[in-house]
Design a protein around this ligand. Structure first.
Ligand code: COI
Length: 345
């Protein structure tokens, strides 16, 4: 096993959320109707597919996002990795991909993290982003599930997701585009969900916003999510986030924040429809996700006007939730929920 304490010569202070190629990735394959073959570590690099691969032609692919941290206890930990394993299996089922068994998923993730331990940023300087993907890799011309599949796990050291770091975001509510339809695929981590968010995101960024907020497709009365993250509002001592009705991603960070809020900050928590009016009148607004962690929202623009939230500053509850979550992940804070999964155990 690698020396877990050796480090690559990387400028850790300049990390952004972008790909730094590492030593290795995990790869396993499976024929439709059969078990997954035992996978192995291979050098990180390009792979070749038929141009008729199911994922390339029909988007038959799912992914996950997870992180490994080098903690204050000088060890490497994962955060609730079994939640990602279970979610990946649900996403896979939705697009007819043979689910990867939980144990295989977790072993794959751990083996890639261990083999690339020298790419995990020092304590407090970022994390190792872990990207499991499961694709229909075999050729298929008619619209049907592919004849074979590939499960890959690659990793990259990362810093903050947004260019502004943890500065408050300025979001635009879009009613030009929807992210997910009722009874569609929004509640799963399917590649196509992210493809359809690219153009609205590009329009928002061109107009100077950090991202778009999507409304529910049925009648545009409620907010859904931010495309790359879930959204929360705080009013008095009630923390509310849109309920998981099938079009919203069941975020691991979302679930963790709800639990910390209720059990550690004694807030009331609600999962229900959230109207645009409530969003604009909230005391604090923030986004959650593996990539974005807990990121404050300081301004929201509708077609009619812009509304500042908490004087465009990170509010006290957002700050506490962010600090507690990061504290648990980096072991500066006790882990009351048993969420941390040390690599050496
Ligand atoms: C994550 O938060 O890990 C995500 O997958 C969101 C985004 C980077 C696609």
């Amino acid at each position: 096993m690698k020396d877990m304490n050796s480090l690559q010569n990387i400028d850790w202070d300049s990390l952004t959320f972008s790909l730094t190629p590492t030593r290795s990735m995990y790869m396993a394959t499976c024929n439709a109707g059969e078990e997954w073959d035992p996978g192995k570590l291979v050098p990180f690099g390009d792979i070749s597919f038929s141009p008729a691969a199911g994922v390339l032609n029909y988007g038959q692919g799912v992914f996950e996002g997870m992180k490994a941290f080098r903690t204050v206890k000088d060890r490497i930990v994962l955060f609730r990795p079994e939640k990602n394993a279970v979610r990946a299996a649900g996403s896979a089922q939705r697009v007819c991909i043979p689910p990867v068994p939980t144990e295989m998923f977790l072993d794959a993730v751990k083996s890639v993290v261990k083999d690339n331990a020298d790419y995990i940023p020092p304590f407090g300087k970022g994390s190792l982003y872990i990207r499991p993907v499961i694709w229909g890799s075999g050729p298929i011309l008619g619209v049907a599930p592919a004849p074979s599949y590939m499960f890959l796990v690659y990793v990259s050291p990362v810093g903050p997701y947004f260019k502004s770091g943890v500065k408050s975001l300025h979001l635009k509510i879009t009613n030009q585009y929807h992210r997910a339809a009722p009874k569609g695929t929004g509640g799963h981590k399917i590649v196509g969900n992210y493809a359809v968010s690219l153009y609205p995101q590009q329009l928002a960024k061109k107009s100077g916003f950090d991202e778009a907020i999507y409304l529910n497709a049925a009648d545009e009365r409620f907010i859904e999510e931010v495309g790359s993250a879930n959204i929360f509002i705080l009013k008095d001592d009630v923390l509310t986030t849109p309920s998981l009705d099938g079009s919203i991603l069941p975020g691991v960070t979302r679930a963790s924040v709800l639990k910390i809020a209720r059990e550690k900050l004694n807030l009331q928590i609600r999962q229900r429809n959230v109207s645009v009016h409530e969003l604009l009148n909230a005391d604090e607004v923030f986004c959650t996700g593996t990539a974005v962690v807990v990121t404050p929202v300081g301004m929201i623009t509708t077609n009619l006007h812009s509304q500042t939230i908490n004087n465009n500053e990170m509010g006290p509850i957002t700050t506490q939730l962010r600090e507690m979550l990061l504290g648990i992940q980096q072991e500066t804070h006790e882990d009351p929920f048993g969420w941390i999964c040390p690599l050496d155990e």
